[in-house]
Design a protein around this ligand. Sequence first.
Ligand SMILES: *Cc1c(COP(=O)(O)O)cnc(C)c1O
Length: 499
Amino acid sequence: MPQYPNLYATINDSQLLSEEFARREDEKDALSKLRAEFVIPTKGDLRNKRYGPKDKLLENGEGTSREDDDEESIYLCGNSLGLQPRRTREYVNRYLDTWASKGVFGHFKTLEGGHPPWLDLDDALKQQTARIVGALPSEVVVMETLTANLHLLMSSFYKPTPDRYKIIIEGKAFPSDHYAAQSQLEHYNIPSSALITIAPPSPDDPYLTTEHILSVISQHHASTALVLLPGIQFYSGQYLDIELITRHCHGLGITVGWDLAHAVGNVPLKLHDWNVDFAAWCNYKYMNGGPGVIGGLFVHDTHGKVEKPKVNGDVQHDNDTQLVYRPRLSGWWGSDKSSRFRMENKFVPIPGASGFQLSNPSALDMTSVLASLDVFSLTSMDALRARSLRLTAYLEERLLRYDNKPPPYKIITPANPAERGAQLSILLSPGLLDPVLEYIEDRGVVVDERKPNVLRVAPAPLYNSFWDIHRFITIFQAAVRKAVASQSTTVTPNGAART
Ligand SMILES: *Cc1c(COP(=O)(O)O)cnc(C)c1O
């Protein structure tokens, strides 16, 4: 096994475990200032049973009151729902004011001090989205939601034939991806045995080696139509080698699509250069667009062309001839903007990803995504990644140091920083998850649990700090010690105390 020396491994306990060390790491990093772009809920906010900030409730004589109520919570759950950028409220208010004051004109009129007209918002979002996923602006579009987009993309890219019809996914695929692939097979009356799953070697070790992934693809290549994989696996946090796997598939004549739910806004991507056929993602995890907000998709340049037909090599300019483009399920928003409102029933796809749009997209959603993208524009994915590597290395090193003894948990995310993003998944010894969760949640820690034994902890580089991680570790390890201690005194059914 190759070793991956941790940046913080050589620092002694008396330094590394101190709060001061975390504070200094934050001060050294220029990107730490981006935390101020976000609303960080306080512990009191989280504890209150009614919605809204705690201050408002106390004014009304409601709500609890505990000593640490005003302390910022330790929110390490951006892999599930990113925090709210401060500017989101301002942008959304501007949207509401535009709608209130202009009605339908909000669609077309450029307004002083306003956002682009709603009709052009999708174009405004493309530029910034393209930078985040490493694409040409024409290759991306903000539309629909992730699972819907996977289906739309499969309707165009999954074309089963009697020879090639299998879909390869991974064995621990996010259920929605599994259902999407399975129902595509059902849609074509193909037996479910055509769904090939790449299984991890053991339930306790979800790591998929690249060799294993490639070998399963090779084994089924002659009958496979599509490979659909996650850029970053949601459970283990493993970052797959998108470029290499894509090249391998293409060498075997297989189309490959990527679900980037956990990769977008987390690691720098180069979808264009890696020749990815298609990809889709949501904008509510590391992208901070808001719960269930409109998603995004990528269609490589080579698949987005809209051309006049050629006869014997000559381009036909006759207006009545059918344009040549990749077939897809279509709607009016994918049709040429200049003729969209003529209602002529002639679909003229916009070249590139925008031609895959169906509906008039929610301007409210796009406004929220715009706020989030404007925060990303304050930095670059490369700079964020550099910060993220340090944050996650620090989290890892702190987790590994547990009272000078082996901890009753292990990290199941790859140790190689190149094979993971921000998230570390922690597998706890049996029976610890519930008491640990209860203890840390009571103290304002927000992480994500996967029953029976896994906690996912994701320091988001835009807003999480070394101080957050220090506070997390302090509370988490206290919780683990307490849970272990109470486990060892649990009375077994036959009355004997277990030790
Ligand atoms: C979050 C996530 C989804 C969610 O899909 P929606 O359609 O947005 O509800 C799907 N797949 C993966 C891999 C995810 O991580």
